[in-house]
Write a protein that binds this ligand. Structure first.
Ligand code: P6P
Length: 338
């Protein structure tokens, strides 16, 4: 029988405890918060992997605040994150894509130091065809006084205030990517032992000629983007589009490339959400040496006016993002001549 040693495997827990040593005086709340997120990821991974068998495919019949049909796994993922986070004493509020209003954690657990923004299951339109989906999360230290209920001002703030962010990608394997001031690291779940092991230390995003966008909408795009895309063709670029932001982002984070979901004539702010999609991914991108803009300026410099605000997104390898952003920012008035 193969004996599994741990001599090669650094677990997520050990990694987190090791980083505690870099933060003397730390309460350990952050470690417990990330461990709670990892637990939610394990539970969701198990359900995603057998959704077809467990009657978890398909829609619930509900429509969420985004006007999207809620999939059974969406509902399960949202409930799982709230249950994992609300009773740990580390989290004071949870802002979820699935809920119009935030979950304000009540007594006796309300004194948590952190606020979490989460898209529990991004890409859920791909669930029923077994394409890669995932969780996106961001972590702020609350600004409001500990011991009092959290307030909207704890999240309606610049993305530069994020203290951590990450993704959990449910694909051929399940991988948790965690970004902090110590960089970006990837942990792969070994379901046979139920542990995340450090598999991608110090992730850095290289330059690469891969673009990721839904070209079917290109007629509605601004001229600068259309001309950039036209210049890419025939000059060594490749196209990859899964239709699941977290999966397209993850590939580009590791291999390099650029993802763009722009504004259109109909949707002047684009489709993706600032607080729990663009902010966390922009945090990861910048910590890994990449960048993220809204087609004009860095995503993380924005301050959301509302919880579910949408934003155009250009994210990935720093050189490609800089070039496309320059083209979009210098653009003719929206919809100008080709
Ligand atoms: P489109 C999934 O529904 C999602 O929110 C993102 O994960 C994905 O990048 C985008 O929408 C895909 O949108 O318009 O190309 O289908």
């Amino acid at each position: 029988m193969e004996l599994r040693g741990f001599d090669e495997g650094i677990t997520l827990d050990r990694f987190l405890l090791d980083t505690l040593r870099d933060h003397p005086g730390s309460s350990g709340d952050f470690v417990q918060l990330v461990q709670a997120i990892a637990l939610a990821g394990k539970l969701i991974s198990a359900r995603v992997n057998r959704a077809g068998l467990a009657g978890l495919l398909g829609a619930t019949g509900e429509v969420n605040v985004q006007g999207e049909f809620v999939q059974k796994l969406d509902r399960y993922a949202d409930d799982t994150f709230i249950r994992a986070l609300e009773h740990g004493g580390h989290t004071a509020m949870i802002v979820s894509e699935e809920a119009e209003d935030p979950v304000i954690v009540g007594p006796p657990w309300h004194s948590g130091r952190y606020v979490v923004t989460v898209d529990p299951l991004d890409g859920s339109s791909n669930i029923d065809c077994n394409a890669t989906i995932g969780t996106i999360f961001g972590i702020f230290r609350r600004k409001s006084e500990e011991g009092t209920p959290a307030v909207l001002g704890d999240v309606l703030r610049t993305g530069r205030d994020l203290v951590a962010a990450g993704t959990i990608v449910y694909g051929s394997g399940t991988m948790l990517v965690l970004g902090t001031d110590a960089g970006v690291h990837g942990f792969t779940l070994d379901p046979s032992v139920g542990e995340f092991f450090l598999s991608h230390p110090h992730i850095r995003t290289p330059s690469a000629r891969t673009y990721s966008c839904n070209e079917a909408y290109s007629d509605a795009w601004q001229a600068g983007l259309r001309s950039w895309l036209s210049d890419c063709k025939g000059s060594g670029w490749s196209s990859r589009y899964i239709g699941s932001l977290v999966a397209d982002f993850h590939r580009n984070l590791l291999k390099g490339g650029l993802f763009v979901y722009p504004a259109t004539a109909k949707a002047s702010a684009g489709k993706l959400r600032l607080l729990y999609e663009a902010f966390p991914l922009a945090f990861l991108a910048e910590k890994a040496g990449g960048s993220a803009t809204d087609g004009r300026a860095p995503i993380l410099d924005r301050i959301p006016n509302s919880l579910h605000e949408r934003v155009p997104l250009v994210i990935g390898s720093a050189d490609a993002v800089a070039e496309l952003t320059a083209r979009m920012a210098a653009d003719l008035p929206f919809g100008g001549p080709r």
